[in-house]
Design a protein around this ligand. Structure first.
Ligand code: SAH
Length: 255
């Protein structure tokens, strides 16, 4: 069980109050999670964080601080975002319990990340678009925003229950390995460039095109072979729409 929970990272983005970071460390440790990642926290390390961690300071010491979400998602195969409210162009949603089960099942294959947003504003739309699924802890619809550390507590508890349920049981939720978050970003950059090159995407009026395509591919969760094919198609389209195009065909993993 420890092995599974140790491959699930909790990522806090731009946390304002260091006390919340300490409470998150405690919430995680009590449920057996250990991988705390912080993207540009306002203040860290800080005395309030250590005080509220109350014995979970080892998690704070080991916490990895990143300058960008990209770095925090390095190598991650399943990205889940948490949100106190539902968005206009929402990603597929997953029930918190089902998400915990899926996370535990996939954690034997690749690192899994769960993103938590800022105390005031939650996650940005760009950050949400990096996720495969969006999770919402069911709460009072008129007062649905949990304190950050309490939201982490609920998820950590569900992860522990899921891991307990899995002990001794080998469950394969996916029979293939989807590419990691970094490869998906390279693909989206290539896709957007191709849509510009072919003039399908009008930069003056992008509308929600990239957001919709991201949602589509997040649902598909392509593996390495599929990404190679898709990028091959993109490179060929770029070539075909510009006869003078002399750049060599990009391979997945380039640029
Ligand atoms: N005003 C913000 C709330 C931020 S609360 C908003 O409307 O999005 C800080 C973080 O705690 C959120 O970004 C989310 O990661 C988590 N959180 C709070 N309540 C939640 C809920 N009901 N379901 C899932 N995550 C929640």
């Amino acid at each position: 069980m420890a092995e599974q929970l140790n491959n699930i990272r909790i990522i806090l983005i731009n946390t304002t109050h260091p006390g919340n970071i300490g409470s998150v460390a405690r919430a995680m440790k009590v449920m057996g999670l250990s991988q705390l990642h912080l993207v540009s926290p306002l203040r860290f390390p800080a005395a309030e964080a250590t005080a509220l961690a109350s014995g979970a300071d080892d998690l704070l010491q080991d916490a990895v601080v990143h300058e960008s979400l990209d770095k925090a998602l390095d190598g991650v195969g399943l990205v889940l975002g948490t949100s106190a409210r539902l968005r206009t162009l929402s990603l597929p949603q997953m029930d918190v319990r089902a998400a915990a089960e899926q996370s535990v099942a996939e954690s034997s294959k690749h690192p899994v990340a769960i993103l938590f947003g800022r105390e005031r504003h939650g996650l940005t739309n760009d950050e949400i678009q990096r996720c495969h699924f969006l999770l919402n802890i069911p709460a009072n619809p008129e007062y649905s925003s949990l304190n950050l550390a309490q939201a982490v507590q609920v998820l950590s508890y569900e992860l522990r229950v899921a891991a307990l349920g899995e002990a001794g049981l080998i469950q394969e939720s996916l029979d293939y390995t989807p590419v990691d978050a970094g490869q998906m970003e390279m693909f989206f950059t290539h896709l957007e460039q191709t849509l510009l090159d072919t003039r399908f995407l009008n930069p003056a009026q992008p509308k929600m095109l990239m957001a919709r395509l991201r949602r589509l591919y997040a649902r598909a969760r392509p593996d390495q072979n599929e990404i190679n094919i898709l990028r091959g198609i993109l490179a060929a389209s770029q070539k075909a729409c510009d006869p003078g195009f002399i750049k060599p065909v990009a391979e997945a993993g380039d640029d």
